[in-house]
Design a protein around this ligand. Structure first.
Ligand SMILES: [Zn+2]
Length: 107
């Protein structure tokens, strides 16, 4: 019996649309998104990375709870594992929203 591993395109397009709708006007952490869409955090990161690459995603940077270090200008959207400043692993999760809203706020 052969098994197809490829994800049907229609299905992934739907999740992408749901993600866009969810993030439109909302700023959410990965856990909330994962729960809302019923997908694993790993899957959600894939979609978030896609949005980030196409410049549609706005990321509120993760922050070290211990020393306040901000993880800005990260290429990856996922949560960093360790603070480069104090080596703490107590990191506040990044939050995600859509960039579209911010266009109107430009001075
Ligand atoms: Zn730190």
């Amino acid at each position: 019996m052969t098994k197809k591993t490829a994800i049907p395109r229609e299905r992934s397009a739907t999740i992408r649309q749901e993600l866009l709708r969810l993030l439109d006007g909302n700023t959410l952490q990965i856990k909330a998104i994962s729960k809302e869409l019923g997908k694993s955090e790993k899957d959600i990161y894939d979609y978030l990375n896609q949005l980030n690459e196409t410049n549609q995603l706005s990321v509120v940077p993760a922050e070290c709870v211990k020393c306040g270090y901000k993880f800005e200008n990260r290429k990856k959207v996922s949560k960093p594992s360790k603070c480069p400043n104090c080596k703490s692993t107590y990191i506040k999760q990044p939050e995600y929203t859509l960039k579209i809203m911010q266009k109107f706020r430009n001075k």
